[in-house]
Design a protein around this ligand. Sequence first.
Ligand code: UTP
Length: 300
Amino acid sequence: MRKKVTKAIFPVAGMGTRFLPATKSVPKEIMTLVDRPLVQYAIDEARAAGIKEFIFVTSRGKGALEDYFDHAPQLENELKKKGKDKLLEILKSTNMDSGEIAYIRQHRALGLGHAVWCARRLVHNEPFAVILPDDVIAAEKPCLQQMVEAYEETGGNMVAAMEVPKESASAYGVLDIKEDMGSMVSVKGMVEKPSADEAPSNLAVIGRYILSPNIFRNLNKLKSGAGGEIQLTDAIAKEIDNPDRGGGVYGYRFRGQRFDCGSKAGFLQATVAFGLARDELRDDLEGYLQELMAARAAAE
Ligand code: UTP
């Protein structure tokens, strides 16, 4: 029997410089889409996939993130007194049990690979998921759940993959495909941030992973890669030729729409999409967008 994936690492120690000045005092992961912080979407997705232990790799200045997961008994009492049951329910649904959530510090932002490595002692010798909360995925079945189901068949290491135009490849890790099986591909190489000419395919890795503990051993030995950072992609690529020791690497074409909420344009697009998905906001927002587009068209 394959070991179940019950632990997820959330690397949130990056500096979020693309959102300065906001990220001077607000961690990027606390920024909200409509009324929920990015990190809440990530937690909900992880829970739906069967994750029981949530490990955050944080850094200086992320106190608001830890506070967010504290229970708020005073607020709960106020809402109870005022009979605001719906709000109380929403608030309670964000509570985390004691011991369910752990925080590890990454003392220097040495890259995503290094951030994951920082959590090695909490994961030990079992497969684990990695979720980057700034990749938000709208999907009927949550993305990580789709991947866990696929992983139960394949084992090894699995990365979420998405088609991107080759000109955008330099923003991603890109897969060199061995065999294309539809929703799944087996991988014979991975290149971090290639130029359009060097990109081996248009299938890019985005922020969801299911990884074998061998990755920690590989990270132990890694030196800085592309951009001077310790790259998670490099550690995963080392497992490609290692199928006997629980290795092998698969790309999974998830069903859903991914928003790059680490970028301003992606964050704004997600705000509109998640706003339109809310019954109580749809009519107002749609009306406003239509008016706006009509006014812009008339002005051209
Ligand atoms: P990004 O590349 O988006 O970097 O990291 P960033 O610092 O968050 O944002 P910008 O580019 O300065 O605007 C991708 C993910 O990896 C984490 C980040 O927190 C984010 O979730 N990360 C990155 C770390 O935890 N540690 C690192 O050293 C680097």
